[in-house]
Design a protein around this ligand. Sequence first.
Ligand SMILES: Nc1nc2c(ncn2[C@@H]2O[C@H](COP(=O)(O)OP(=O)(O)OP(=O)(O)O)[C@@H](O)[C@H]2O)c(=O)[nH]1
Ligand SMILES: [Mg+2]
Length: 422
Amino acid sequence: MFIDIAKIELKAGKDGDGAVAFRREKFEPSGGPSGGDGGDGGSIIFVADYGIRTLTDFRYLRHYKAENGQDGRKKKQYGKKGEDLRVKVPVGTLIKDFETGGVIHDMKEPGEEFVICKGGKGGNGNAKYASSIRQAPRFAQPGTKGEERVVSLELKLLADAGLVGLPNVGKSSILSILSDAKPKIANYHFTTLEPNLGVVKVGPEESFVLADIPGLIEGASEGVGLGHDFLKHVERTRVLVHVVDVSGSEGRDPIEDYKLIHEELEKYNEKLKDKKVILVANKMDLPNSMDNLELLKKEISEVEDVIAVSAATTEGMQELKYRIWELLSTLETDYSTYDEEYVEYIEEEVPDFTIRRENEDYVVEGPLIENMYYRTNFQDNEQVRYFERVLRDKGVYDALKEAGIEEGDIVHIDDMEFEYFE
Ligand SMILES: Nc1nc2c(ncn2[C@@H]2O[C@H](COP(=O)(O)OP(=O)(O)OP(=O)(O)O)[C@@H](O)[C@H]2O)c(=O)[nH]1
Ligand SMILES: [Mg+2]
C-alpha cells in the first residue's frame, strides 16, 4: 500500500486583548468604563476537497497560522475577529496527532470541515467589569492564546489512472516524465518488477496519481508473466492509459498488441472492459509510426482518445497529461479511506494551572497564570487585587494549601515572588 504522509505545524490566531478606556462626556465628567472586547483569534479549519488528490503540497508548506484577533478599542468597540484559515486536504485524509499517532479525525465526507485549532477567545474590555461596587475598573481581560498543534496527515494513495501495455513499450518512461516518480527504465522486457506510483501535478492545487505496473503479456490474466498480481491495482483506477509501441520497433503490430492486452484485461475482470481508456501511441520518433498511427486510429474506435507521443522527445506529453485529467474530472471519485486499524486519539486535558515544589518554594504555572500574568500591571493595586481574586476563584489558593503551604512560604509565579499569607 502506498501512503502519502506529511507533517505540519498549525497555530491558531491569538485573540485580541480587552481594552481599558473611559468615556469622556460633557455631562458626565467622571465618564464610565468603555474599553471594548478583543476579537477572537482565527481558527484553522481543514476542508475535505475532491480537487486535491495528494499531500504533495504539504511537504513544501509546513507551517500554517491563522490571523490574530485585534485588540479591543475605546468606546466599547470590539476588536476585529482574526480571519479563519481554511486548509484544503484530499477526501480520505487521516489527521493524526504527531506525538501519539492517535487519529484526531478522518476527513471522509466531501466538503466536510473540521476545526483542528481553535483561535483564542477575545478578552473582555473593562466595560464588561463595571459593576455597582466597581464603577471604574482599570483592568481588562487579556486574551488567550490560539491552539497550537503538530499533526501528521496521512492518505492512502490510490491510483487514479493506470499505465498498461506490453513490456518495453515505454510505460515507465511516460510515468517518469509526467510525475515525480523515478522508475527504472531500460531497454529490456520486465524492467519494472513492482508497481510504481507517481503524483502528476496539473495545476496549483490539482494533481492525480498515476500508476505504472509491470508489462503484461499474453496469458497475464491466468498468471503468465509478472503483470497478473498487479492487475488488482489497475482494477481500482478510473482511467486506463494503454500504451503501445506505435512504431512496432520490436517487429510487432501495434493493433494486435492493443487487442491482446485488451483481451487479457477483460479476461482478468469483466468490469475492466468498461473502464475508460486513453490509447497512447508511443515512440512516435521512430520510423513507421506515422502510418501505424493512422491504421490504429481507424481500427480502434472504442477508446476515448488516441494520443500520439514520444517519451524520447517528450512530444505530446503535456497533451496526454491534460487529457487524462480532463477524463478524470468527468468521472466519480471512488475514494476509500484508510482501512487500517487505527489508534484513537485521546485529548489531553490541559489543567488551568499546576503547582510544583522547588526546594522549599512553590511554583504556580499553566495557561491561566500565563494569560493573567502577562497583562497585569502590578503597580496598580486594583489590578493586583483582581489578579489575586482570580487566583482564589480558580482554586489556586486551595491547591497551595493542599500542597502544604504555610504562612511566609514563597510562591513563584513566572518571574515574580510572593510571600504567602492567609
Ligand atoms: N525511441 C524511443 N524509445 C523509447 C520511447 N519511450 C521509451 N523508449 C525506450 O524504450 C525502452 C523501454 O522503456 P520503459 O519505459 O522501461 O518501458 P516499460 O513499458 O516500462 O517496460 P517494462 O517495465 O519492461 O514493461 C527504454 O530503452 C526506453 O528508453 C520513445 O518514445 N522513443
Ligand atoms: Mg517499466
